[in-house]
Design a protein around this ligand. Sequence first.
Ligand code: UN1
Length: 500
Amino acid sequence: MAVREAVAVKTYGNYINGQWIPSESGQWFESKSPVTGDVLAKFAKGTRADAVRAIDAAEAAFPAWSKMPPPKRGLILLRAAQIMRARKDDLGAVVSSEMGKVIAEGKGDVQEAIDFLEYISGEGRRLLGETTPSELPNKFCMTIRRPIGVVGCITPWNFPMAIPIWKIGAALISGNTIIFKPASITPLCVARLVEIFEEAGLPPGVLNYVTGGGGTVGMEIVENPRVKSISFTGGVPAGRDIYVAAAKNLKPVELELGGKNPQIVMDDANLELALDGVLFGAFGTAGQRCTATSRLILHEKVYDQFLKALVARAESFVVGDPLDPHTDMGPVADHAAGESIMEYIEIGKKEAKLVTGGYRLTGGMYDQGFFIKPTIFETKHGTRISTEEIFGPVLSVIKVRDFDEAIRVANDVEYGLSSSIYTHDVNLAFRAMEELETGITYINAPTIGAEVHLPFGGVKNTGNGGREAGTSAIDEFTELKTVFVDYSNRLQKAQIEDEK
Ligand code: UN1
């Protein structure tokens, strides 16, 4: 058992213009451990008026921040990364304690945030535009990048440090100021990040943090015309509401939504490797990654053998306290998440064949949090459990005859975030790269594990075309301006031919 230290419960307010202040509502809410139910910290129950105050602060901070040379902005981000690195163990424990992922993954969440800040701080020395020849003599053409203004960031609980930092880091290096709303079950993780940015020397008003409901704080961010763009990661229904509401002001919205990510295993694959891959992909983070493997598409020739080995390994998974280094899988994020996963498991029991798991663990510590046994169903393609996002430790296994059927099944869902194929056939690997309808495809690796310097995002209902991370993060948070410099000293007319 891991040792939990009793720590005084800290009260955080909203962080507006460099000050921690209570909500004008005077109300508070608690963030609780999904393992013990202990209160970890208290947070302001923010309102629309609090959000407006934060927008005022962000607007006031914008002129100076956007004029600071980007490499100098980068130095502040790099300092924040250094502080995070020095506190990685502590921050990893905060992630595990508040969200419930196992400690190795908690630290991984922090590492992903550090990696991104280190990467994006260097982009401050690039923020590349283009130069290109003009069709006219003595004329110069180029594009430059401009910040957008005040941007709104709304994040989920499953990567409570990495995803906020993808957005904050990219928005700041690009010269924007921010109003940020974290998921209400992981506000502590983001509060700790905000403190680190303050220590790193971020000027007041550049990053404002308001906690509270999606329908109040969230909707003010989305609807207020002074917030110039929105970056949202979460579920499809909320993403759709945000997109529609923001459209009234023609506000750009970046959406990173759900997934139903397949791992294909062909008959020539390294089966041991594919087995390690699917276990990590399906049950890592208790299946609560957008990129989690929720479908295993198995070639019929290896089906029985592979499924047998998979069930044996899944049954030996240690489910328990995420702070204990021997634990393979922690609880799901909260009671509501657990209930929704159990509903899908009940649906699965009716429409498919349960091969292992399928129940909530009970007794002792299991009664405090919501712990679900790794669950595997054998199913035909097309059932609800094999096509709808469950966001929990539930895997659907589907048998296919050949590569073409595998691709057809993989693509026949509404989402398109991540996919994977295990094969040694280079021809099939290249066909899979082209034919799988997802934003990310892995060859001989699981569907999870994106790296920060490459674009992240998906097709179909996974998003609306944008990509986070990588250099595409800069595209999300800048406006392109096209500049023509005419040094001919005469009026030159593009498209209108000079007859002389
Ligand atoms: C997410 O689940 O929303 O690819 C992000 C991965 C992580 C990021 C996942 N690096 O698994």
